[in-house]
Design a protein around this ligand. Structure first.
Ligand code: SF4
Length: 175
């Protein structure tokens, strides 16, 4: 709603993680010991973003870490600039779209709308460089992890794993 995205354009998607990392995955394990969890996938506002390397004229990274599209004109193939598939393509308007972490709200001292509007308070936002920030304390307390660290993009989005899966990598089957 904040970005007025059209139907089918999802800046954040939620995957079901069960036996395999897949949309509509089946639970891992055997009845009655079944396990699964939900994994939201969004732009990671990477510290070393390949999208910026691949689209230097279109992507800007701010000093506070926000990675945004400064020019949304492009072609569908530009979406491959992100290894997490977080640059989207609107076929109708022939434009590129990506999450900008609600930077206009951040500029006003507000939180990104997905953080503010989540009724379960599942998302937290703050300054990871400040070791005393609430978000840094949460990351430390829960050993929060990035998705696919092997891509070496240094994501700023970190995940608290579900109870019982603390030793798994994000996106791994819970069993
Ligand atoms: Fe760029 Fe993709 Fe990283 Fe977002 S997740 S900053 S679009 S490389």
């Amino acid at each position: 709603m904040e970005n007025s995205t059209k139907i089918g354009i999802r800046l954040a998607e939620v995957y079901t993680v069960g036996a395999n990392w897949n949309i509509n995955d089946v639970p891992a394990g055997k009845f009655p010991n079944l396990k699964m969890y939900y994994l939201p996938l969004m732009c990671n506002h990477c510290d070393d973003p390949p999208c910026k390397k691949n689209l230097p004229a279109k992507i800007t990274k701010r000093d506070d870490g926000v990675v945004y599209l400064n020019n949304n004109k492009g072609k569908k193939e530009d979406t491959s600039a992100c290894p997490y598939n977080r640059i989207l393509w609107d076929e109708k308007s022939k434009t590129l779209i990506k999450c900008d972490l609600c930077m206009s709200r951040i500029n006003e001292g507000k939180q990104p709308l997905c953080v503010e509007s989540c009724p379960s308070k599942a998302r937290h936002f703050g300054d990871l460089k400040d070791t005393n920030s609430e978000v840094s304390k949460l990351v430390k307390e829960h050993s929060a992890k990035p998705l696919f660290p092997q891509l070496n993009t240094k994501p700023s989005v970190l995940y608290i794993m579900p109870r019982g899966s603390e030793n798994k990598a994000v996106g791994d089957s819970p069993i």
